[in-house]
Design a protein around this ligand. Structure first.
Ligand code: AMP
Length: 184
């Protein structure tokens, strides 16, 4: 299956900006807005994802609130598949199902519309997309939610994996994971 050359990986990584101590001290925030506003980098990434997924048997692309919406919706359009937003609690207007997940302190919750994955076959096949794996908790909850909604999460596609946090393993317990860029 399609993977990126090391030159292209280095190029894409170079377009992502590190912001130290955001949103709180000790965090190095990976700012992908500098990849998005670079038309060549954004196209290189989307061309790669299109090539990787164009032969995969999927019905929907689901993106996680909020940066997963950007890459996920662009990819869904390129693949001519429906796009489904997975949102933080309280944002979706119709009947929802939700999944809670633990944070360092407390809980967060992701939601999806109950009928989001209705399609011609009984069990829709869904590709999950987000920008980054840190602890893996958000994507793990999102993949579980897709399965809970009666669909089948066939892969989680993440732009960046912060390997030192080991979050990928958590998601891999539910679905295969493809990370475009691994950051040590
Ligand atoms: P986690 O659930 O810990 O894997 O966190 C993943 C989510 O938090 C993703 O939706 C990311 O957008 C965001 N996130 C966590 N850490 C960072 C970081 N260092 N830089 C940018 N986004 C982050």
């Amino acid at each position: 299956m399609e993977v990126l050359s090391s030159e292209d990986k280095a190029y894409l990584l170079g377009t992502i900006r590190d912001i130290k101590d955001f949103p709180k001290p000790g965090i190095v925030f990976k700012d992908i807005t500098t990849l998005l506003n670079n038309k060549d980098a954004f196209r290189l990434l989307m061309d790669h994802l299109e090539r990787r997924y164009k032969e995969m048997d999927i019905d929907f692309v689901a993106g996680i609130d909020s940066r997963g919406f950007i890459f996920g919706a662009a990819l869904a359009d390129r693949l001519h598949k429906g796009f489904v937003p997975i949102r933080k609690a309280g944002k979706l207007p119709y009947t929802t199902i939700s999944e809670k997940y633990a944070l360092e302190y407390g809980f967060d919750e992701v939601e999806i519309h109950l009928d989001a994955f209705e399609c011609d076959r009984e069990k829709a096949k869904v590709l999950l997309v987000d920008d980054l794996i840190a602890t893996g908790g958000t994507a793990e909850a999102a993949a579980s939610l897709i399965n809970k909604a009666g669909a089948d999460c066939v892969e989680a596609c993440m732009l960046i994996n912060l390997t030192f946090l080991d979050g990928k393993k958590k998601i891999e317990a539910i679905t295969p994971v493809y990370s475009v860029l691994d950051v040590q």
